[in-house]
Write a new protein. Structure first.
Length: 424
């Protein structure tokens, strides 16, 4: 090529590249336009989108006219750094799945994958690290949730869940001389149509609480009692309920980052019967935690009361609003935390184990793992281990019936108490 030809070639090349740049800019402008419309929609409802946990737009008029959720693309961010590098989230949220799912917004609570994995992203200590904001989350983000659930619970892709709350099938009991202070069994339950705690809209949370007030009023006999909302509760009363192990409290970092303490304490509360042996938490980690507890070690009595209580609450809710608990053939009762799927049940005793305490928490954890149970301290999940009294409960929730799990807890506690003597 001669010099003049080379110059001409360079000039043509530059013109072509500039034209290309202008065209790309135009395409970018067009594709960004719908994201701006989302904010208009927020303005209509009087809320502004701030970070991941701005209030969902449950009744936003613009939402249903946007079936492809293109208006919510501004929820899509770059593939995040997942601080919990060994979590199930780190393993199963791949850049490919992120590219496919991160722009999606669920219909019920406008939940996103970014919100779901917030704990794994923010903290370096998560094992699982994911929460669902509504039932839709489990379906829409199934490519992430399914493998995590299967791996966590050790179930196959086609397994199904069967519930069995028949307390008459329990064989034997915790030994009469076992140093058991108290027994507690809880299940989580969530109602179809309402979002799960990490995603539930403020409007849905309040509507749910109002509906529960009506439902509680229908409970009879030993299950009858009063509902006490957290809003307006005397501080001394609240603290006493917490100290006596009846009430949840705020401040759990996981729950906060997962979005479960938005609008605290509004819409939250506790129902209990006169003896505080039957209790229901409203709008904590799940819409409902139904609890049966009492002093001593009579697990069968506690289990029987719980079974009756769940049935009565479900029937009262149905009478009040014709809605049922979210129940999936594969995953059983739907919960905000996938580790609770299935039975949603934690059957525990507070038992004093001085021998195991001497052997150390690692030795106790290892033994509990072999037995299919889990040790906690007596101040709840995030309260740490404080003395030689431990909360021993079933480790599994999905793939086993409630009867199987309660039976295993009883048998395991008997074993731990027996072995404790050798460690003293
Ligand atoms: P959950 O799994 O129901 O969320 P947490 O570990 O958060 O349970 O504990 C909630 C409360 O229940 C805490 O105050 C805890 O001490 C209390 N609790 C758990 N098991 C028992 C038990 N067997 N007896 C008395 N209180 C209990
Ligand atoms: Mg808890």
């Amino acid at each position: 090529m001669r010099n003049r030809d080379i110059k001409l070639h360079i000039v043509t090349d530059i013109k072509f590249k500039m034209l290309l740049l202008v065209m790309m800019y135009c395409v970018l402008l067009v594709s960004l336009t719908p994201a701006v419309e989302t904010d208009n929609c927020d303005e209509e409802t009087g809320t502004s989108r701030q970070g991941w946990y701005s209030e969902g737009k449950g009744s936003c008029p613009g939402r249903s006219s946007d079936p492809d959720n293109t208006a919510n693309r501004n929820n899509m961010a770059e593939f995040p750094t997942i601080k919990s590098a060994h979590s199930l989230v780190a393993k199963h949220v791949t850049p490919e799945k992120w590219a496919k799912l991160s722009a999606h917004v669920t219909e019920n609570s406008q939940f996103t994958l970014a919100k779901a994995i917030a704990c794994a992203v923010d903290f370096d200590n998560q094992h699982c690290g994911i929460y669902a904001g509504d039932w839709d989350s489990y379906k829409d983000f199934a490519e992430v949730f399914d493998p995590i659930i299967q791996e966590y619970h050790g179930i196959s892709a086609d397994s199904t869940h069967t519930s069995d709350m028949d307390s008459s099938k329990i064989v034997g009991a915790i030994g009469a001389d076992a140093p058991v202070k108290s027994t507690r069994i809880r299940v989580g339950r969530n109602l179809e149509g309402f979002g799960l705690s990490p995603g539930i809209t403020k409007a849905h949370r309040l509507e749910f609480e109002g509906m529960m007030k009506t439902a509680f009023a229908n409970l009879e006999g030993d299950l009858a009692g009063e509902y006490y909302p957290l809003t307006g509760m005397e501080e001394a009363t609240r603290q006493q309920l917490v100290d006596d192990h009846f009430l949840f409290m705020s401040g759990d970092k996981n729950l906060q980052v997962a979005g479960m303490e938005r609008d605290w304490p509004e819409g939250r509360g506790i129902f209990h019967n006169k003896d505080k042996t039957f209790l229901v938490w409203v709008n904590e980690e799940d819409q409902l935690r139904i609890i049966s507890m009492q002093k001593g070690s009579n697990v069968t009595e506690v289990f029987d009361r719980l079974a009756r209580g769940i049935k009565a609450v479900e029937e009262s809710i149905f009478a009040a609003c014709q809605k049922k608990f979210m129940l999936d053939p594969r995953y059983g009762y739907i919960h905000s935390c996938p580790t609770n799927l299935g039975t949603g049940m934690r059957a525990s005793v507070h038992v004093t184990l001085p021998g195991w305490h001497k052997a150390g928490i690692d030795a106790l954890k290892k033994r509990c793992e072999e037995l299919g149970v889990q040790p906690r301290g007596t101040r709840g999940e995030s309260g740490g281990h404080i003395d030689d009294t431990y909360d021993i409960s079933n480790k599994h929730r999905l793939g086993y019936s409630e009867v199987q799990l309660v039976q295993n807890m009883i048998d395991s506690v008997n074993k731990l108490v027996e072995e404790d003597k050798a460690h003293q």
